[in-house]
Design a protein around this ligand. Structure first.
Ligand SMILES: C[S@@+](CC[C@H](N)C(=O)[O-])C[C@H]1O[C@@H](n2cnc3c(N)ncnc32)[C@H](O)[C@@H]1O
Length: 239
């Protein structure tokens, strides 16, 4: 690890910080469940069947990996931060889940002994590396030919968000946002084809103002980018 932001990712996971983190997504904002529904929709669209092997890169405390395992997939989660992997393993044990977890940097994805995966998921993780193309190349190396990449990351608007700026300033994390153009170029260079966009539904809302805000976000996401909406993309590793 050379970059300060990676050290900051590890150092920021103090015992105090992990108290809240360990409960994710329960008791967190509803957006995580809307986003999860989008992942499920992409999994179905990719035709992944029960038993498929899925690698969840930047899995954090592992809730998405655990949800995948509960859905019948052979799921492996990988994250840079040892405290996250420790929390994920504890939760897997509590749930009686056979999800597996490993500490790994997404830029190299050193996962000895793992057979090729049918799918690799980046959910809210790729925007924390400055080496996006390297991360995608590492993911491709872990996919079988024709295997699918599923990706849900903040758009370029994320860089402007007050929360991302606060996180960068106070915790030292790298908070990029992705552009579709940059992503397409890096996917092609990393050996992917068949790039498809997907779209998440609205957040829960109430009242006329809530409706208008959601409408604006849906239309904005379709055209270019919208605040708080992710860029959802799937692609296949070239055979
Ligand atoms: C916003 S969290 C999302 C975690 C999880 N995907 C979720 O949705 O709850 C981003 C995750 O990326 C991880 N991460 C950051 N840089 C990484 C790297 N270079 N390699 C692997 N994981 C990394 C962080 O430790 C963190 O768990």
């Amino acid at each position: 690890m050379s970059e300060a932001h990676k050290h900051a990712e590890v150092a920021s996971r103090t015992a105090e910080f992990m108290v809240m983190e360990r409960s994710k997504p329960f008791g967190w904002g509803p957006e995580h469940f809307v986003e999860w529904a989008t992942v499920v929709s992409m999994v179905h669209a990719a035709g992944l069947s029960r038993g498929s092997r899925i690698l969840d890169v930047g899995c954090g405390v592992g809730w998405t990996t655990l949800f995948l395992a509960e859905s019948g997939f052979a799921a492996v989660g990988a994250d840079l931060v040892p405290a996250n992997i420790e929390a994920a393993r504890e939760r897997a044990e509590r749930w009686g889940s056979d999800a597996r977890f490993a500490v790994a940097d997404m830029e190299s994805l050193d996962l000895p002994g793992e057979a090729p995966f049918d799918a690799v998921l980046f959910f809210d993780a790729l925007h924390h590396t400055s080496r996006q193309r390297q991360g995608l190349t590492a993911a491709a190396a872990h996919l079988r030919p024709g295997g699918v990449l599923l990706l849900g990351e903040p758009t370029w608007l994320h860089r402007l968000s007050p929360h991302a700026r606060w996180t960068h300033r106070e915790l030292g994390w790298l908070e990029r946002g992705l552009t579709l153009r940059g992503l397409r170029a890096d996917l092609a260079a990393a050996g992917f084809e068949g790039v498809e966009r997907h779209f998440q539904g609205t957040r829960p809302y109430h009242g006329a103002r809530g409706f208008l805000a959601q409408l604006a976000r849906l239309v904005g996401a379709r055209i270019l980018a919208a605040p708080q909406h992710h860029l959802w993309v799937s692609a296949r590793r070239r055979a």
